[in-house]
Design a protein around this ligand. Structure first.
Ligand SMILES: NC(=O)c1ccc[n+]([C@@H]2O[C@H](COP(=O)([O-])OP(=O)(O)OC[C@H]3O[C@@H](n4cnc5c(N)ncnc54)[C@H](OP(=O)(O)O)[C@@H]3O)[C@@H](O)[C@H]2O)c1
Length: 253
């Protein structure tokens, strides 16, 4: 399998390192600014040699990247976060072009397992009204969006399963939080690769579940696994689809 890397920032460079370590050929590196990239834009010529494109770039250009990659008939792994209002459109594009796309705000396999643990804990907490759920996440100071995509996905999981919570609040509050609101706090500092905590607080104790990414390596190896998995599939898939398949014994080729 040959890959094209779209976005040669922190994640793009980590994907390149991991690909080389695993004998996967990097056919193209595409980035508008980085002088070490061979191509400045996503298009037929930059994608020609690749089987699958792995994109960790910018939410602003994500849909046009998807349009270009699918238009070139290539499958795609999208790690970029913050573009999910465009998911429906992305689905239409890949179906029209008959290609495959897998996306996730967090390609770490550990984080996917963490999500399942949080869903299970939330179902238990639905039956224990004395516990009030909360979420906080911390990332490096270079992260472009807030809250993290994983933070949003965790909030959705809690709200889906703890029926007394109806909506998430991501901003600062100048009032008391309402009982049916779930507070999600974000912190940005230094080089933190990513920490997500889901807590449940009662008058007598606190239960906290935390996933701590130690480096970007887990995201990159998950994205490479996803590139092998998506090759030849048609349609749009989430990481959940991939992990479900993985648990049932399906593997990246
Ligand atoms: N899914 C996951 O597991 C996971 C894990 C970590 C990060 N992320 C997400 O991945 C994205 C990138 O993170 P990062 O830490 O690598 O950021 P970063 O260091 O800022 O890298 C992004 C790179 O992509 C370039 N870029 C922007 N638009 C592009 C386009 N249209 N085509 C090609 N390259 C383009 C940027 O160039 P400029 O500097 O010129 O804009 C920059 O070099 C973010 O959305 C982040 O939230 C996802």
């Amino acid at each position: 399998m040959k890959i094209a890397i779209i976005g040669y920032g922190n994640m793009g460079k980590e994907v390149e390192r991991q690909a080389k370590a695993n004998g996967i050929e990097v056919a193209a590196i595409i980035d508008p600014e980085d002088s070490a990239a061979q191509y400045k834009s996503v298009g037929e010529s930059s994608l020609r040699q690749a089987d699958v494109a792995i994109d960790f770039s910018s939410q602003k250009t994500e849909l046009s990247n998807i349009e270009m990659v699918a238009g070139a008939g290539k499958d795609m792994v999208v790690g970029t976060t913050g573009w999910y209002n465009g998911l429906e459109e992305a689905g239409k594009i890949v179906r029209r072009c008959n290609t495959g796309l897998v996306y996730s705000p967090n390609f770490s396999i550990g984080a996917s397992l963490f999500m399942k643990i949080v869903e299970y804990a939330s179902r238990l907490m639905d039956k224990a009204p004395e516990y009030d759920p909360y979420i906080y996440e911390a990332h490096h100071s270079g992260k472009a969006d807030s809250p993290s995509g994983t933070g949003r996905a965790l909030a959705d999981a809690v709200i889906r399963n703890v029926k007394r919570k109806k909506s998430a609040v991501f901003d600062r509050l100048d009032r008391r939080i309402k009982p049916d609101e779930l507070h999600v706090a974000s912190l940005r500092a230094g080089s933190i690769p990513g920490i997500h905590t889901v807590g449940f607080d009662s008058a007598s104790d606190t239960i906290e579940l935390t996933h701590t990414a130690r480096s970007r390596a887990g995201f990159a190896s998950g994205a490479i696994y996803a590139a092998k998995w998506i090759a030849g599939k048609k349609g749009i898939f989430s990481m959940e689809d991939m992990v479900r398949d993985m648990m049932q014994g399906g593997e990246g080729k």
